[in-house]
Each structure stands twice: as structure tokens, then as C-alpha cells.
Ligand binder design. Structure first.
Ligand code: ADP
Ligand code: MG
Length: 295
């Protein structure tokens, strides 16, 4: 039978906005010494906005927004939402997309108005044999150096524009990360985004520069957690995305943002209902206290 204190602990968790899959989950909170945080949607709001469009010479910005926006309209990724929202505001109704494909951690592709359109990180374009003209490479570099995310729109085999997006650090993230440190956990940032954007967020919330893992593909997030475990760390992972699910399941303790995807929530042991990182520190403090009353 489950000790009453554990059930009381789970009940108190619900009051704090923490959903616990089962009382046995609490046990893993005792030994966790590392907390791996996904960036987009976990440390940051995940609501990105489109800040700038840099079209290549001879390309109309309206065409970029209409074609890229139409493909991104089918995407659930924060970058895609930002592009589709801005494009919708500009174009009104976006054209239909055919053959849509989401390339996890890379970008999207689809056919719009007869064009084969690709939107994603520069590496995606390179792997499709598309090179960036200097003007676009410069625009992307400047944006990235400023801590932003730059994606490229290409169609019919040529790069047509750089789109710059960014989101904001959640107001409570720095305080939450300090609280997790106070509980003896070392914070690590894990993201598919570029190094400079990751470094800017890490600096803003108090994560050490040598604990930042950027440009990590979705499949490699799982390996990053495994590697820490192989080094003897007991790992809590906090994430929100489809691309975090495997890492959440692998971690000794998986915490999902309640504002995130169902896949992440299903893979996790705990859900932070309000999507507030402060609840992660509350959850660990509460379950340790609950366990202490049982001993
Ligand atoms: P994170 O780990 O921060 O949640 P992801 O692994 O989901 O990031 O994505 C990594 C990168 O892939 C993004 O920063 C972006 O450059 C690119 N990307 C992913 N999805 C899209 C999309 N729908 N449109 C354009 N670029 C995308
Ligand atoms: Mg995320």
C-alpha cells in the first residue's frame, strides 16, 4: 500500500500546479543532481515573433512571406507559428500547401503555387545542395550574433530570404534556475537552436557557458541525457516539445511543461501545469520533504 504521506504529497502537488504520474515518482527526486532544460518553450516563452525579413536581390518580401508563410502555417513549431502569423497579417489568406513535411529540428517543406518551398536552418539548405548568397549569409550571421534565430526560405532550388525570429525568456526562469541550484542541481541547457542564441539565453538566466549544448538534433537530445547518466549524474529533464519526449522518458525524472505538447506530457513523470519553471523547484522541494516525513 502507498504510504499516506506520499498521497498527501501528491495532493499538495496538485494544489501547487504539479501533476504527478504516481507516488513512486517522488523517489527519484531524492538523488537528482543535474537538471537539463530545453530552451524554446521551457526557459523561454516559446512564442516567437518575426523581427525581420531579408530578401535576396530581386526577391519581393511579399512573395517570401506568402510562400514561406503557407508552408509554416502547417507547422506546430514556434518558428513556424511566428512566420505564419506574420505572413497571415500581411497576406490575409495564405495559399494552400501540398506535400507538407516537418523535418524535425531542421525545418519544413511543401509545395505552394507550384514551387517546391523549404524553410529551415541554414544546415538544412546546405544538405539540400542550396548555397546561401553572401548577402543572406551576412544577414543570418548578424542576426545570430545578436542572439536571434535565423532561418532561410528557399524555393525551386535557390535561397530567397533570411527570416529572423526571437522569443523572450520567461519572467520567472532566472529565479527558478537559482532555486534549482539551491536544491543542489546543476543546470544544463539543451537546444536545437544556434550557439549564440543559446548562449544569450544561458547568460540571461544564470546557466554556465560550459553547460550549454546547442545545435542538438532531436534524436541527440536523448543521447545528451544518456551521456550525463553515463558520467554518473542523476538527471532531471524539463521540456515541452515533441523533440523532447525521448529525453524526458530517458531522464531519471522527466518534467513536462503543461503548456507543451501532449507527447512531452505523456513521456514525463511530472507536469508543471502552468508552464512556470518555478514549479519545478517546488516539485523537487515538496517531494523531498514528503519523503523525509516517511523515513
Ligand atoms: P529547440 O530545441 O530549441 O526547441 P528545435 O530542435 O525544435 O529547437 O529546432 C531547432 C532549429 O530548427 C530551430 O532553431 C530552427 O532553426 C529550425 N526549425 C525547426 N522547425 C522549424 C520550422 N518549422 N521552420 C523553420 N525552422 C525550423
Ligand atoms: Mg522546446
Amino acid at each position: 500500500a502507498t504510504p499516506t504521506a506520499l498521497l498527501v504529497g501528491t495532493g499538495r502537488g496538485a494544489q501547487l500546479g504539479i501533476l504527478i504520474k504516481g507516488p513512486e515518482v517522488l523517489e527519484s527526486t531524492r538523488r537528482v543532481d543535474t537538471v537539463v532544460l530545453d530552451k524554446t518553450g521551457t526557459v523561454t516563452t516559446g512564442t516567437m515573433s518575426l523581427l525581420a525579413v531579408h530578401p535576396a536581390a530581386g526577391v519581393a518580401e511579399d512573395d517570401v512571406l506568402r510562400l514561406a508563410g503557407a508552408v509554416e502555417d502547417a507547422s506546430e513549431h514556434p518558428v513556424g507559428r511566428a512566420v505564419a502569423r506574420a505572413a497571415g497579417r500581411r497576406a490575409g489568406r495564405l495559399p494552400a500547401v501540398g506535400g507538407f513535411a516537418a523535418l524535425q529540428g531542421m525545418g519544413v517543406r511543401g509545395t505552394v503555387e507550384g514551387h517546391d518551398v523549404l524553410v529551415g536552418r541554414p544546415a538544412l539548405l546546405e544538405s539540400s545542395g542550396i548555397t546561401l548568397p553572401d548577402e543572406l549569409a551576412d544577414a543570418a550571421r548578424t542576426a545570430v550574433e545578436a542572439g536571434r534565430t535565423a532561418v532561410v526560405a528557399a524555393w525551386d532550388g535557390a535561397a530567397r530570404a533570411v527570416l529572423v525570429v526571437a522569443d523572450e525568456v520567461k519572467p520567472t526562469s532566472a529565479e527558478a534556475i537559482a532555486a534549482l541550484r539551491g536544491l543542489g542541481l546543476r543546470p544544463v541547457l539543451l537546444t536545437g537552436d544556434n550557439r549564440a542564441a543559446a548562449a544569450a539565453v544561458a547568460a540571461a538566466v544564470g546557466i554556465d557557458a560550459d553547460a550549454v549544448h546547442a545545435e542538438v538534433l532531436p534524436a541527440d537530445k536523448l543521447d545528451a541525457v544518456k551521456r550525463l547518466q553515463d558520467d554518473g549524474r542523476v538527471v532531471a529533464m524539463i521540456g515541452d516539445g515533441v523533440n523532447d519526449a525521448a529525453a524526458l522518458a530517458q531522464a531519471d525524472l522527466g518534467l513536462a511543461m503543461g503548456t507543451g505538447t501532449d507527447v512531452a506530457i505523456e513521456a514525463a513523470d511530472l507536469t508543471l501545469v502552468r508552464g512556470d519553471l518555478l514549479a519545478a523547484a517546488d516539485a523537487i522541494r515538496l517531494s523531498r520533504r514528503t519523503l523525509a516525513t516517511i523515513k
